[in-house]
Design a protein around this ligand. Structure first.
Ligand code: GDP
Length: 720
């Protein structure tokens, strides 16, 4: 037996992880959201330990844009893999074959595993595997990873393919394109290894920067290749990248005609039937709004609240402080230390941890939606809406990820090739309420609006509206104008959520919340306690005399027009920049000893005595929309790659947060709280008109693109 390195490649949701698990026997998380398999996993084939299986990230193509694509491509071109198993979702085969053509072009022996045969058998679609194998020139095996069927045959064929000396048969495209590729191959000569020659030629034709960098071409080679590309573009009347995409789709379309029989095109399957309603042009949005309203209402204002009440009132309200207080007393710990532990750490960290039940309930709901396949539909539905305004649905995926945490959300924007769209997505993604903002939502909803069902869900819709409306306004500026990038999205078949997956998702997210409370929030609370109890001469003083009160007092007037211009509110918003949970931690510390106490909810009562409901809602909206925490700002900086763009993004977020909060408070205060119209209300009116203008005005003129005529002029005198 020989050592074999087998690369498992395929689209997200094709069943790669499931196949990997069956083949290796290792137990791993199986997700349903495109992009779950981000890192590379390895394992040994359970029936032969000499076969190492490498699970590559799920990808749709091998362009060099997203981290997943780069990881997959770098590994495939590293020379290590002996053979590729391309896992293909049989129920979505046309889409999946796009990647297949590229995998075959790597020159590495490839075996096609058509997965989900169990589903296919139940549907009216039939794939003729023999014909497909013949037309593609690679072995094809039907499998079902879920039912553990066909995998032995797959491994036999894989081993045979790895040891076969047959020449690779590449997909054949239009003769003009083929001519260009073989010209480039000639120009390349021995610059690329022979087996990779076609791969690199096609990539160079696409003007793939990564391939150009890897090959270290001479000036003459570069010039010749540029000429070949330009002349082919002229002949085929399209740009190079589009030519390649079209050629691949034409090839797949021919394959489809040859090998796929779809008897029941008009008979909708159950998933299709659900989709007819869920993704319906008119119903999709109301259904989505209803579902998200339910999710937030249930997790933050009903079921989750029960647990939170117990944690806040009983555990962190009496049990823990009483026990710790007695222990510290018995140990005769120095009074200032007791004060720090009880009123700093327990009050601050406890206030944050207290929201864990609501957070877990939210994550459980989101996990259920994701695992049953609904989340994928939302991206699809949003694409249709975004597109009307020149935005791409691709921007929506980072935003969905950001409901967990803004940092991976911002990072996920890498999958967007168009630079303007990517920048805009990076700028807007953190408007989504991430898990750290959840305690703020829960606090404001619980303390100020206990009998209303709309406050918590509204936070989600405020974030979403900020994204959509900002997107519309920004797209009309020079900085972001342009057509939306095409968005290909697979809609996995609906299925019942699996218990293990949802629990795992909830557990992972809750764990990182607790970890943060024990680290960043812990340290922040100590610091906040310290500067809220001492003055500049390090003397213990009352809170009003403290360093924090002084610093907060300096900036507080800035927030007065927003309805929360006291130093505590200002300080909470600023500490929130370290981590959004700090907003709650800070309130926990600052309002712990407030005079008013009511049913154990000291902090709530103290807050109610300090702010009006509209002021509190304005505070919530400000914290939702303003600059995210430092970690997310760091991610924004990494993705933007420039200080100027980072500052633009943060400036936009803070500016928008200020204006929206101003409008909410000024109008809300007058409408619901008997406030009088004053200068602030007028400023809010002007701000509102300004925002509407930017949303409704005409887009800027598009920069002219190069015309075919210009290209023809440039291309004069060149011949293939
Ligand atoms: P990956 O994203 O490519 O790693 O895909 P997963 O392994 O996570 O699978 C995506 C979804 O398809 C999961 O819900 C799996 O349970 C499901 N799945 C995978 N293989 C099969 C199969 O053979 N039949 C059916 N019916 N479902 C499958």
């Amino acid at each position: 037996m020989t050592q074999l390195h087998i690369a498992l490649a395929g689209n997200p949701n094709s069943g790669k992880t499931s196949t990997f698990n069956v083949l290796t026997g290792t137990n791993q998380f199986v997700g349903n959201w495109p992009g779950v398999t981000v890192e590379r996993k390895q394992g040994y084939y359970k029936k032969n330990q000499e076969y190492t299986i490498h699970d590559l990230p799920g990808i749709y193509s091998m362009s060099p844009y997203s981290p997943e694509e780069v990881v997959a491509r770098d590994y495939l071109m590293s020379g290590e893999p002996d053979v590729i198993i391309n896992v293909v979702d049989g129920s979505n085969i046309e889409r999946n074959l796009y990647l297949t053509t590229q995998l075959i072009e790597t020159g590495i022996p490839t075996v096609l595993a058509i997965n989900m045969m169990d589903l296919l058998e139940k549907s009216d679609k039939q794939i003729n595997l023999e014909k497909l194998s013949y037309a593609l020139g690679v072995p094809v095996v039907g499998i079902s990873a879920l039912k553990n069927r066909g995998l032995d045959e797959l491994m036999q064929k894989t081993q045979a393919a790895a040891s076969s000396c047959d020449e690779i048969q590449f997909p054949v495209y239009d003769s003009r394109f083929e001519a260009a590729i073989s010209e480039i191959e000639t120009v390349l000569g021995s610059t690329a290894l022979e087996k990779y020659s076609r791969w690199y030629s096609i990539k160079l034709f696409e003007r793939d920067e990564k391939a150009q960098a890897q090959l270290d071409l001479s000036k003459i080679q570069q010039k010749e290749i540029t000429e070949i590309i330009k002349i082919t573009e002229k002949i085929m009347n399209d740009d190079a990248e589009t030519i390649v995409i079209n050629e691949r789709y034409d090839f797949i379309s021919n394959l489809k005609n040859l090998c796929i029989v779809d008897e029941g095109q008009f008979k909708a399957s159950l998933s299709d039937k659900i989709d007819q309603v869920v993704t319906n042009r008119f119903l999709a949005l109301p259904i989505f709004a209803l579902i998200m309203w339910l999710v937030y209402y249930i997790s933050i204002q009903t079921i989750g609240t029960m647990g939170t009440d117990w944690l806040n009132d009983t555990l962190f309200g009496s049990i823990v402080p009483d026990f710790v207080s007695q222990t510290l007393h018995a140990w005769q710990v120095a009074p200032w230390m007791q004060h720090l532990i009880l009123d700093g750490i327990i009050a601050g960290v406890g206030a944050v941890i207290g929201f864990l039940p609501q957070l877990m309930a939210l994550f459980l709901c989101l996990a259920l939606l994701e695992d049953c396949g609904y989340m994928a539909r939302i991206a699809f539905v949003m694409d249709r809406i975004f597109r009307k305004f020149g935005l791409s649905g691709k921007s929506f995926i980072p935003m969905l990820i950001a409901t967990g945490c803004g940092v991976p959300g911002v990072m996920a924007s890498r999958t967007i090739e168009n630079e303007k769209d990517r920048r805009m997505t990076v700028m807007l993604t953190t408007f989504m309420p991430c898990s750290a903002k959840l305690p703020i939502i829960a606090l404001v909803a619980g303390a100020f609006f206990p009998h209303s069902s709309w406050v918590a869900p509204s936070a989600y819709f405020v974030g979403m509206s900020a994204i959509v409306l900002s997107g519309i306004a920004l797209k009309k500026t020079h900085l972001f104008s342009g057509d939306p990038a095409p968005f290909i999205m697979e809609l996995p078949v609906y299925h019942l959520p699996r218990f293990g997956n949802t629990l795992r998702y909830t557990y992972d997210h809750s764990k990182s919340f607790i970890k943060k409370a024990g680290t960043i929030i812990f340290v922040s609370c100590i610091l906040i306690w310290f500067i809220s109890n001492y003055n500049f001469r390090l003397q213990a003083v009352s809170e009003d005399q403290s360093v924090l009160a002084f610093l907060g007092g300096l900036i507080a007037p800035l927030f007065a027009p927003l309805g929360w211009g006291n130093w505590q509110g200002a300080v909470a918003a600023i500490t929130g920049l370290v981590a959004k949970e700090n907003v709650i931690g800070t309130f926990g510390i600052l309002f712990k000893h407030a005079a008013v106490a009511e049913n154990g909810h000291q902090v709530w009562a103290a807050l109610r005595a300090t702010y009006t409901p509209v002021g509190a809602y304005s505070f919530l909206v400000f914290n939702l929309l303003c600059a995210p925490c430092f970690a997310a700002m760091g991610a924004i900086h990494r993705e933007m790659g420039s200080v100027k763009w980072t500052l633009r993004a943060i400036g936009y977020q803070c500016g928008l947060a200020y204006i929206v909060s101003l409008v909410i408070y000024q109008f809300g205060h007058v409408a619901f709280e008997g406030g009088t119209v004053n200068l602030g209300t007028v400023a809010a009116g002007v701000a509102l008109v300004g925002m509407l203008y930017f949303i409704l005005r005409k887009p800027v003129e598009q920069a002219p693109t190069v015309t075919i005529e210009q290209l023809k002029e440039e291309g004069e005198g060149w011949q293939l």
